[in-house]
Design a protein around this ligand. Structure first.
Ligand code: ADP
Length: 264
């Protein structure tokens, strides 16, 4: 439809109010329309390049009358897996952006949950010459959360910490409880690394989809530029928020705040 209709508002009576409401709605619709258009364009762009590369490689081998060597098939397979991951990430992101992300919330002890995740990434961290540790408080830190979503969220933060921290660095996971305002209790999980950091001017865009601080630097690390966007939406869906502090060449600290209903 034509979203450029605008009803002139020149009176303060009922008609004026209706016209104002109509104009506000039209504006929001146009924004939603624009967001959807951008998402489709982003997706097309992200899928186009790797698909063209794969197509070209396969055609080259066909034309030369060669059989593809096994290592080339392995690389193509990796690329297909990365694309599948990208499609899954996009699916979850589009649900979240439409406010239709479903959560299966159950009581969950963050300490137990994060011990498992840290255990799962320990091998990769050590392979990359990184020391990874978890610090927590002595009582359980229980939140009402979707375990699968939280796993993906913390996994994204931890793989980033591993990716963007040079050998010999340290990754620390800290769990604590905080009172924000007088009556709002939050469980906080911080993922702290001693890596390359993020320049201050990049921080406001960090949670935008497909945003990467340095395309050249990030490209070969194998991410999709969606990890932090997804993390942000997952935390928001749980009624929480996420903070980042960073210093170039010193390191980065992401803190996830999740609401706790009972007081402590
Ligand atoms: P990607 O798949 O590229 O890692 P993300 O959405 O997870 O996408 O992150 C967006 C960008 O933020 C990354 O490309 C990287 O430039 C930057 N970034 C994320 N985490 C860190 C970190 N721990 N240290 C330094 N830079 C980071």
């Amino acid at each position: 439809g034509d979203l450029n209709v605008k009803v002139p508002v020149d009176s303060k009576d009922e008609y004026g109010k209706v016209a104002q409401t109509f104009n506000d709605m039209t504006f929001r619709l146009r924004e939603a329309e624009e967001a959807r258009r951008r998402l489709v364009a982003d997706v097309a762009h992200e899928l186009r390049t790797p698909l063209s590369v794969m197509q070209l490689k396969l055609e080259n081998y066909q034309q030369a009358g060669h059989h593809a060597p096994p290592e080339m098939l392995l690389r193509l397979h990796d690329e297909v897996i990365r694309l599948s991951q990208l499609v899954d990430d996009l699916h979850v992101l589009s649900l979240a952006e439409a406010g239709r992300l479903s959560l299966d919330r159950k009581p969950l002890d963050l300490t137990v949950h994060l011990e498992q995740i840290v255990d799962d990434v320990k091998y990769e961290a050590e392979e990359n010459g990184l020391d990874i540790r978890l610090f927590t408080i002595s009582r359980p830190v229980t939140v009402m959360a979707d375990a699968r979503r939280l796993t993906q969220l913390f996994f994204n933060l931890l793989t980033n910490a591993i990716r963007y921290t040079p050998r010999g660095g340290k990754i620390t996971v800290e769990i604590e409880e905080q009172v924000v305002d007088r009556n709002a209790y939050f469980a906080c999980v911080s993922v702290i690394d001693t890596g390359i950091g993020i320049p201050a001017e990049e921080l406001p865009h960090l949670f935008d989809r497909f945003y990467r601080v340095d395309e050249a630097r990030s490209r070969y690390t194998g991410g999709t530029g969606l990890g932090l966007s997804i993390a942000h939406h997952f935390v928001k869906a749980h009624g929480g928020f996420i903070r980042v502090a960073s210093q170039p060449d010193k390191g980065t600290k992401f803190t996830v705040f999740l609401p706790i209903t009972k007081s402590f």
